[in-house]
Ligand binder design. Structure first.
Ligand code: AMP
Length: 218
């Protein structure tokens, strides 16, 4: 099954994609994670992406499309994938359609996770993760059970994304409204767009997504 999770930064795409990949047994492909890995590696692409990401803007379509083309051609995507953070522009959406068509594949479902902007700023500005295992936390909503110790692996090291601050969030939200929202009607027209309420609790969003998936296979 080939699925896209769409939604503004902080809507919970990453969290839901992670949970969904365990249920559907297909990999989650996060373009944000791919770019952060490139930044960490110090590659040419990483250096270019770092500047753009720190400004809360979007990396160019050319770069993103070739990243995704390479990634979905790998054998682990043979029975499907969950895209988290791609497409973010109409150009990326159209290129994805073309590349899937060439591969004799198609998109099954696009799930939009909706959240209001005021909640997003608060969500994003408080989030952090374990530096060792990547488990996600939040200052107010999901603090570790023992302060300073990861619930999952016991590590004492935590990191915050460089772009998870109030100033950059404003630019990221603006990029979402201007460049990504126009992608929604594109998928609506294809009849594969469904929306879930991302303001609900994580487990309720998951349940809602399961309902959408069940209806799809009917
Ligand atoms: P994310 O982890 O999905 O919030 O992405 C973090 C940042 O990576 C974004 O703010 C963009 O700068 C960049 N990025 C991730 N995915 C894309 C994409 N599909 N197109 C352009 N830029 C992207």
């Amino acid at each position: 099954m080939n699925i896209i999770l769409l939604g503004p930064p902080g809507a919970g795409k990453g969290t839901q994609a992670e949970l969904l990949q365990n249920r559907l047994h297909v990999p989650k492909l996060s373009t944000g994670d791919m770019l952060r890995a490139a930044v960490k590696s110090g590659s040419d692409l990483g250096r270019k992406a770092d500047v753009v990401m720190k400004a809360g803007q979007l990396v160019s379509d050319d770069i993103m499309i070739s990243l995704i083309r390479e990634r979905i051609s790998l054998p682990d995507c043979g029975s499907g994938f969950i895209l988290d953070g791609f497409p973010r522009t109409l150009g990326q959406a159209e290129a994805l359609n073309t590349m899937l068509h060439e591969m004799h594949r198609k998109l099954d479902l696009v799930i939009e996770i909706t959240v209001n902007d005021a909640a997003l700023v608060e969500r994003i500005a408080g989030r952090f993760a374990c530096a060792k295992c990547g488990a996600g936390y939040h200052d107010t909503h999901k603090a570790p059970k023992v302060a300073g110790v990861c619930d999952v692996c016991g590590s004492h090291d935590f990191t915050r994304r460089k772009d998870d601050n109030r100033e950059t969030v404003a630019s990221r939200l603006q990029a979402y409204h201007l460049q990504t929202v126009p992608v929604l009607p594109y998928y609506k027209q294809q009849g594969i767009l469904r929306s879930v309420d991302g303001m609900a609790e994580i487990k309720d969003v998951t349940a809602e997504m399961d309902r959408v998936l069940k209806n799809l296979s009917k």
